[in-house]
Design a protein around this ligand. Sequence first.
Ligand code: 6PG
Length: 227
Amino acid sequence: MQNNSRWHYLETAEQVAEAACQQILNAATSAISERGKFKLVLAGGGTPEKVYRLLAESNADWANWHIYYGDERCLPADHQDRNSLMASRVLLDNVAIPANQVFTIPAERGPEQAAASYSLTVAEAGAFDMVLLGMGEDGHTASLFPGHQHQQDELVHAVYNSPKPPPERVSISAKALSNTRELIFLITGANKQEAVNLWRSGSDLPVATIEPENPIDIYIDSDAFKP
Ligand code: 6PG
C-alpha cells in the first residue's frame, strides 16, 4: 500500500460522492487561480457516476477545465458501455467545458492505434491536476489488471485479454497516472472488501502501483471497508 495515503471512511456512497466532489471543486479553484487551467482525468466504471452528477450541479469555471480519460473500452464511439458516453451523459453534456478541451480516447480505432494517439495527448498534457480512479474486485484500476505486463515507460498502454469485458481496452499507464498533483480513489460496495484488505495488507495489486509524489486520497464507504 502507498505510504502517503489518506483514507476517508464514510458511511454511504452518496457521502463518498459529496466529499470527493468537494475536493475536486477545491482543486479546480486553486489550479485555475495558479495556472489558468484545471486538468482532470476521469475514472471509468459505475462508481464515479454520482460524483459526475454532483459536479454537473455545481458552479465552476468550466471554461478552464480540461478533461482526459484514465482508460477506455475498445467499442464504437457511441456504444453505451463506453466510459466517455457515461461521462458525457451525466457531466459533459450539462456543463460548458469547451469541446476542444475534452480529450476522449479514440478507442474505436483499436488498442494499438488508440494508445499511440493518446500517448501524444498525454505527453502534451504534462502533469495533471487531479486524477480520479476506481478499483475493481481484483484490485485493478483504470485498465491496469493483475498479471498484465506492460512497458513501464509507456504513457498509454494497449490492453488485451481484460478479465472485465470488453477484452480490448486502452489505459493511461501507472507512471502517467502518477504524474498528478492530486489523486482520488473512489471505492464503494461490499464486492470491493477483499481487494481493499489485500491492498491494505501490502499485496502487489495494480492499485498499489499508482504513486504520485503527493498523498493520495481514498474515499471509501462502510460497505467496502470491513477490516
Ligand atoms: C472500466 C474502469 C475500471 C473501473 C473498475 C470499477 O473501464 O471498467 O475504468 O477500472 O474503475 O472496474 O468499476 P465499478 O466502479 O463499476 O465498480
